[in-house]
Design a protein around this ligand. Sequence first.
Ligand code: SF4
Length: 284
Amino acid sequence: MSPFEEFDGQTPTWCPGCGNWAIGAVVKRALANLRLSPSSVFVSFGIGCSGNMNDFLNAYAVHALHGRAIPVAIGFKLANHKMPVVAIVGDGDCYGEGGNHFLHALRGNHDITVIVHDNSVYGLTTGQSAPTSPKGFRSKSTPDGLIETPLNPLALAISQGGTFVSQAYASRVPQITELIQKAITHKGFSLVNVLQPCVTFNRTNTYDYYDSKVYDLPSSYIPHDQVSALKHAMNMTIKEEFPLGIVYESKRPAFHECLPQLGKQTLLERGQFEGIHEILEHFI
Ligand code: SF4
């Protein structure tokens, strides 16, 4: 597939070979496969290279401030809970700057899909270590090697109440497409952590590295047991092996379903936002 076909002839400012190309194209394809037109989905973008997709995706969209893509997504969901809501973020934005929001969105089981371009580095700011950078990672911000151990997004999401926790790899396009579609149709908080090589600023987590470190969950694996799911998640920390697929899935009411006042109508349908257009126009 040519990325230029997928992006309608426009050219995102991503480096040649970056995993963002595949993820960007897949997001568009997944939305089209789900027959979600631009006016029937809301997307909240975080900062960083992944956020540049905001300019190339035709949908109700907001390019949020640092770490704030998730609360923007939650706010939109509570205003119009009948519309699918997606947050597209990087690992630095989601697990670092917005880590607090990530934790509490998991606890609340807010019905949003979070797609993380996990490249283990701050790419747009030219290569500083990020929450998922490996221990010892040498970067502009850690020239003598990173002291901290990497954050484990899957273990965090499973232990804090996420009800759909999955991982994909940027070079496996069909699998990312399938996982994103399943995540969007899941009722509750869904995470698709996409391992995404940054070919310019991360010389550790390369395509060769991931090719030798990822593994598919066996077809017999049933993702409903939290302990088994945590074992696979912890393989990333203990063995440096990365499971691909749905690692954990469960059912419990989403946050908005626990609010009786949202039972029949959305806030939008109830006219709670009358006059909002005039207010917004004031800022444009
Ligand atoms: Fe991709 Fe890294 Fe280039 Fe950003 S800096 S576009 S993450 S390769």
